[in-house]
Write a protein that binds this ligand. Structure first.
Ligand code: GLN
Length: 318
């Protein structure tokens, strides 16, 4: 256990060093690209980098562009998984999605046909998250999306959280690959109901507008196994948070999850808008934004910064 003395040394060191580490990592943007396959995302500032950290007492440390807003994209998949688990239980969810990393890119369909019974390998790839969207309880896509939004608001302690309409429309208009995946899943018996309705729930949760502060707050709840340490409110059953965090370690950084586990060693989830949600379990929630992505679709400067922080602070859980 960390003593209060050690803890304050660690927090002091972070406070002092973080601005310098952030500026060093920011330079990485020259080797990255902003996502453009969803046209609206290409407007993000390529050289931005911001980080927000929260501890269990509600203390904050921030550096860089923490005011920047961006859409959650794949980060939302962690939380729709939690809601689907709470709505249906483990057996129903894992009848429709597997528990294994693919080693393929996040939008690949390859293994759906290659490996029987043709269910998505895990809930954090696009095919898996689309299957999860169909499991959210609600009588209509509107009701499902509203339940998702309310759940995200509860976990972020931010009642103003909402969708970015421009990004939502931009994705809906350019989602041929996700659409084809959803039809394939329906044919395989993974998806029930109307494909467009399921996709609407998926596009909406990907386009929830957020900040690094929201991500840090949501991560803090996961860092404390589903019970918010600041308010003491229990938000998600511990056994489901454990499942989500395990997926974050094995699949959260797409097909770079192995390298990230070695270099950083923390549960994390990235999104193509440049966000990363991560945590030091039992200690801090962390939100990062850096829109320039590496070849695997992760924030290039964000991963660099987390690599430095984990090394300097000895944070790897392994
Ligand atoms: N909405 C994005 C998509 O479906 C999410 C992908 C991501 O963040 N990796 O392509």
């Amino acid at each position: 256990m960390t003593s209060a003395h050690q803890y304050s040394n660690e927090w002091d060191k972070l406070n002092q060093q973080l601005p310098k580490w952030l500026e060093q990592s920011r330079e990485q943007y020259v080797n990255g690209k902003v996502a453009s396959y969803i046209p609206e995302l290409s407007k993000a500032p390529i050289n931005a980098l911001g980080i927000h950290m929260i501890d269990s007492y509600g203390n904050h440390i921030t550096a860089g562009e923490t005011k920047l807003t961006f859409t959650m994209q794949s980060i939302s998949k962690v939380f729709t998984l939690l809601l689907a688990l709470m709505d249906n239980g483990k057996d129903v969810v894992f009848d429709k999605v597997g528990m294994e990393p693919t080693g393929d890119s996040f939008n690949s369909m390859l293994k759906l046909e290659l490996v029987q019974p043709g269910i998505p390998f895990n809930p954090l790839i696009n095919a898996g998250a689309i299957a999860i969207s169909s499991l959210i309880a609600g009588g209509s896509p509107e009701e499902k999306s509203e339940r998702v939004l309310q759940f995200f608001r509860k976990l972020s302690f931010n009642d103003t959280l909402t969708y970015d309409k421009a990004v939502y429309h931009s994705e809906a208009e350019s989602a041929d690959l996700n659409r084809s995946m959803a039809y394939f899943l329906k044919d395989n018996g993974v998806l029930k109901g109307n494909v467009d309705d399921v996709l609407d729930v998926y596009f909406r949760h990907c386009s929830i507008l957020t900040t690094s502060s929201d991500l840090a707050r949501m991560a803090l709840v996961l860092a404390y196994d589903g019970t918010d340490p600041i308010t003491g409110i229990s938000l998600v059953p511990r056994q489901y948070v454990q499942i989500a965090k395990t997926f974050m370690v094995t699949c959260g950084m797409y097909n770079a999850s192995g390298e990230f586990a070695i270099e950083v060693g923390l549960p994390a989830k990235s999104g193509v808008a440049g966000g990363i949600l991560t945590m030091v379990p039992g200690k801090y929630g962390i939100g990062i934004v850096g829109p320039a992505l590496n070849a695997k679709g992760n924030s290039i400067a964000g991963v660099h910064l987390l690599t430095t922080m984990s090394r300097e602070m000895d944070w790897s859980i392994f």
